[in-house]
Design a protein around this ligand. Structure first.
Ligand code: AMP
Length: 170
């Protein structure tokens, strides 16, 4: 199945010069959705994680389905101010300014093995920050998975030493 044909390119969204990879067309396709979740599960079953950590918001979609398929729990990393209990946070640089992501302070314990999931790896800033949040709790990153990797942005350079997997590369 040619998944690249099912993902829709939206030029100049959310701003001029960006080609946005729209995965809603993939989510809508029952066969493509199954193929993607099965590929992630095949890759990460051998890591035997205790949890899948998903990054808001498209990481929740793929991450929760993967957790269900692996028979493990799911932990959300959310944008600042959304999680109700005590949190730990990490800030990271954007093109203009900074952003902050949070995880519940009691979500992970030292030694917990996790797989981190997001829909797309671009510059690696987001997932690099999440990896610090996870490592900071003493948990072990068994894998990091994406549906799409924009290889020309070299996001992997920010994830040195971590096992990165992507289904599709551009
Ligand atoms: P980055 O921190 O640069 O790796 O950006 C990754 C985050 O931004 C992911 O959560 C993606 O969903 C989103 N993102 C970045 N670039 C794109 C793109 N071209 N199309 C769709 N989503 C993108």
């Amino acid at each position: 199945m040619d998944l690249k044909k099912i993902i829709r390119d939206i030029p100049d969204f959310p701003k001029k010069g960006i080609i946005f990879k729209d995965i809603t067309t993939l989510l809508k396709d029952k066969k493509a959705l199954k193929v993607v979740i099965d590929l992630l599960a095949k890759q990460f079953a051998k890591s035997k994680p205790k949890y899948v950590v998903g990054i808001e918001s498209r990481g929740f979609i793929f991450g929760t389905a993967l957790a269900y398929k692996l028979g493990v729990g799911f932990i959300p990393v959310r944008k600042k101010g959304k999680l109700p209990a005590k949190t730990r946070s990490v800030s990271y640089d954007l093109e203009y300014g900074t952003d902050t992501l949070e995880i519940h302070a009691d979500a992970l314990k030292a030694g917990d093995k996790v797989v981190i999931i997001d829909d797309l790896l671009a510059t690696g800033g987001t997932v690099g920050a999440v990896s610090k949040l996870v490592s900071g709790s003493g948990a072990k990153i068994a894998g990091i998975g994406f549906v799409i990797e924009l290889s020309f942005l070299n996001g992997r350079d920010k994830l040195k030493g971590l096992p990165v997997f992507s289904i599709l590369q551009y």
